[in-house]
Design a protein around this ligand. Structure first.
Ligand code: CA
Length: 237
């Protein structure tokens, strides 16, 4: 097992996947890439394993025995902002959108190459550790984003955001009132604009609004520009 010695600081990945062949392959590739990976095969054990392992990232199959992947995602989000990448079948599009709505950060569609999974893991973890500019604070109205600690405050209250939510909000704040397209937001948040992933932006925006807005039906901070994208226009205190 890689990364068990003290001081190696390997990042931990928890794989929740009931197909042993897939779980094993993904684990091997992750270990080869320098991560410490653990696989469990039952959704019912997921939360327990998560608490035990305290992973830096969770790879979550949606179709699981025990507890469904979406329920696992909901429970994880109930107690943690850990980055979550869903492993989904092509036919599970509706579930995928629900998963994103529940706060998953990204997804990979089966059949995937293990290399692709490793690339996504690396990308999400890179975002989670953030750009190394400690102390830089971006302000927009009553919102403030600390780029060093990746903490967000709205009117003095700290918000708990997922990696994706933070990156999208950051891109909007940097745009200072400019409209950004879904593709631009996708690129800003994922580093790459994967084709067909634009709809995931809408889900992340929905989640952001739930955390930012008093009334999500009448957003006053993150505005939709129909046919174009989104723009940030927070009110001053
Ligand atoms: Ca499965």
């Amino acid at each position: 097992m890689a990364g068990t010695e003290k001081g190696t600081m390997a990042q931990k990945i928890l794989i929740i996947e009931d197909e042993p062949k897939i779980a094993r392959l993904v684990r091997l590739y992750l270990e080869e890439a320098g991560y410490e990976a653990t696989a469990i095969h039952d959704g019912g054990q997921a939360i327990y394993a998560f608490r035990q392992e305290q992973p830096d990232l969770v790879l979550l199959d949606l179709n699981l025995p025990g507890l469904d992947g979406l329920d696992v995602c909901r429970k994880l989000r109930g107690e943690s902002d850990v980055p979550v990448i869903m492993l989904t079948a092509r036919t599970e599009e509706a579930d995928r959108l629900i998963g994103l709505e529940l706060g998953a950060d990204d997804y990979v569609v089966k059949p995937f190459s293990p290399r692709e999974v490793v690339a996504r893991v690396r990308a999400v973890l890179r975002r989670a550790s953030g750009p190394q500019t400690p102390g830089e604070v971006i302000r927009a109205g009553s919102l403030s984003l600390d780029m060093g600690s990746r903490r967000v405050h709205l009117g003095g209250h700290e918000l708990a955001l997922t990696v994706s939510e933070f990156d999208i909000l950051h891109a909007l704040a940097r745009g200072s009132g400019r409209v950004l397209t879904r593709l631009q937001l996708l690129e800003a948040s994922q580093g790459v604009a994967y084709e067909g992933y634009e709809r995931s932006i809408d889900q992340h925006i929905k989640n952001l609004r739930r955390k930012l807005e008093d009334n999500i039906s009448y957003p006053r901070i993150v505005h939709t520009v129909h046919g174009v994208g989104y723009r940030l226009d927070p009110l001053e205190d």
